[in-house]
Ligand binder design. Structure first.
Ligand code: NAP
Length: 455
């Protein structure tokens, strides 16, 4: 912004008539809503910022689509748009890595502040982009990149910056939550429910990024980086999707008072197996993982259904906080973008700056094998005396302590459902391999983690 002249308004507020120039990269689901809010709420935005926001241009791929805005605002030349002298703020809602990465970098290098919703990009390149922002003293805001409308990025960066966050657990992908909720409700299998989700527009034609947990892993990387002041990228996140979850898994979960959710879990863990935990004064690592897990129906996340998202943050002094709302969709995501835009515009107007990246703690990341979790193991077994003993023996041999065992059915349909106490992934994996070799075990039908219990 050039020369913001502050003038006293009749209501006592200070402001300027000199516009702050904004460009939007992408006019799809989110970009269309951003442009609408910029137009419909122009007066309020002007009051909140202190100066009018002027839309200077919108970058798209196709110019032959009627988008309901003056044609002269549209361009395919995003590169020229982001460095225009009359542009102060760049909103990136085009998605993907390239050219979003180079455009954001060019904008930041030119001193423009950037608001982005691009979790895939941030999960791998926050360090690089934050460094560019730092060099040019510009802002990089990304509230919309995690859980759409839900304000969780700013609480982690700002509201909780005086506390110590120990754990962040969330349902951060609406597509998978829609599918798992529907499977739980109807008893339908995964393929049938995915087809229904696609028909209703909750799943994309290629659902891989959602159902295999890539989208949730990108968000987990961002959340963990913020919560633990450590740079975490998508490659650091252990990831399993929901495509192997069966109707039977939901049924067994229901039988033990649980449901199945795809969880993103970020937490402080001990420096090694058997080491004292962070709470006991030991050194610490962080564990960042995404997988489907059983959670008790009384856990607050179990009632988060359909396409909704929720995130529980646990901190030393604040205790447990829960954030709930619409994790996707054009308007909800645009709401988060607009919140960032107002912050970035105010910073331009008042010559302030957003907090930069905070990665001072550099905590090591624990491999999944060392991560202690509880398990729910479902076995098809021979219906005869001694089976229980043989199965229990394998758990004991590998140091995995059993919490409960339930026997169901009989004859060819005999099953054992074993719930463990906390055990390391690697010990459980060895136990499962050994169980599969037992003559009395027909098959290990499923192994699901159990989260959200007070053991
Ligand atoms: P979208 O509907 O696919 O829209 C993408 C837009 O970007 C389109 O207008 C497209 O132009 C334009 N575009 C793509 N590549 C371009 C290029 N190289 N040059 C110029 N324009 C280009 O995407 P979306 O759903 O709005 O998502 C946008 C971003 O928000 C993504 O990073 C996504 O992860 C994030 N996000 C989305 C949601 C959500 O609910 N949708 C929620 C949270 C975060 P055309 O219109 O000409 O094709």
């Amino acid at each position: 912004m050039t020369e913001a002249v502050s003038v006293a308004r009749p209501n006592g507020a200070f402001g300027s008539d000199h516009p702050i120039g904004v460009v939007v990269l992408g006019m799809g689901n989110v970009g269309t809503e951003v442009v609408r809010i910029l137009r419909d709420n122009a007066d309020d935005l002007r009051q909140r910022v202190g100066a009018p926001l002027a839309l200077r241009g919108v970058a798209v791929r196709r110019l032959d689509v009627d988008r309901g805005i003056p044609a002269e605002l549209l361009t395919t030349d995003a590169e020229s748009l982001v460095t225009r002298p009359d542009v102060d703020l760049v909103i990136e809602v085009m998605g993907g890595i390239d050219p979003a990465r180079s455009l954001i970098t060019a904008a930041l290098n030119a001193g423009k502040s950037v608001v982005t919703a691009n979790k895939a990009l941030l999960a791998d390149y926050t360090g690089e982009l934050a460094a560019a922002a730092e060099r040019s003293r510009a802002d990089l805001y990304f509230e919309a990149a995690v859980a759409g409308a839900i304000p969780v990025v700013r609480p982690l960066i700002q509201s909780l910056s005086g506390d110590r966050v120990n754990r962040v657990v969330g349902i951060v992908n609406g597509t998978t939550n829609f599918i798992l909720s529907a499977m739980d409700e109807t008893g339908a299998d995964y393929a049938e429910t995915l087809a229904e989700a696609t028909r209703l527009g909750y799943a994309e034609a290629d659902p891989t990024a959602d159902v295999e947990g890539y989208d949730a892993a990108a968000k987990a990387a961002i959340l963990a980086s913020l919560a633990f002041h450590t740079r975490v990228t998508a490659a650091d996140v252990y990831r399993e999707g929901i495509s192997r979850i069966s109707a039977e898994d939901l049924e067994t979960a229901a039988a033990v008072g649980c449901t199945v959710k795809l969880l993103a879990i970020c937490e402080r863990v001990p420096a090694g197996p058997g080491e004292p935990g962070p709470k006991e004064g030991g050194k610490e690592r962080i564990s960042v993982r995404v997988y489907p897990a059983l959670i008790p129906r009384k856990h607050p996340l179990s009632s988060v259904n359909g396409a909704f998202n929720a995130i529980v943050v646990e901190a030393d002094n604040a205790g447990r906080l829960m954030f709930y709302g619409q994790g996707a969709g054009g308007a909800p995501t645009a709401a988060a973008v607009m919140g960032d835009l107002v912050m970035a515009a105010r910073n331009k107007f008042y010559s302030g700056r957003a907090p930069g990246e905070s990665v001072y703690a550099e905590l090591p990341i624990a491999p999944i094998g060392d991560t202690p979790t509880r398990y729910h193991v479902n076995l098809q077994v021979a219906d005869r005396i001694g089976v229980l003993q043989a199965v229990a023996g394998e758990f004991a041999k590998h140091g995995v302590s059993i919490s409960t065992v339930r026997q169901e059915g009989h004859g060819a349909g005999a099953r054992l459902v074993v719930v463990t106490h906390h055990a390391e992934e690697s010990a459980l994996a060895d136990t499962v391999a050994a169980l599969a070799e037992l003559e009395s075990v027909t098959s290990v039908t499923s192994v699901l983690r159990l989260e959200g219990t007070e053991e």
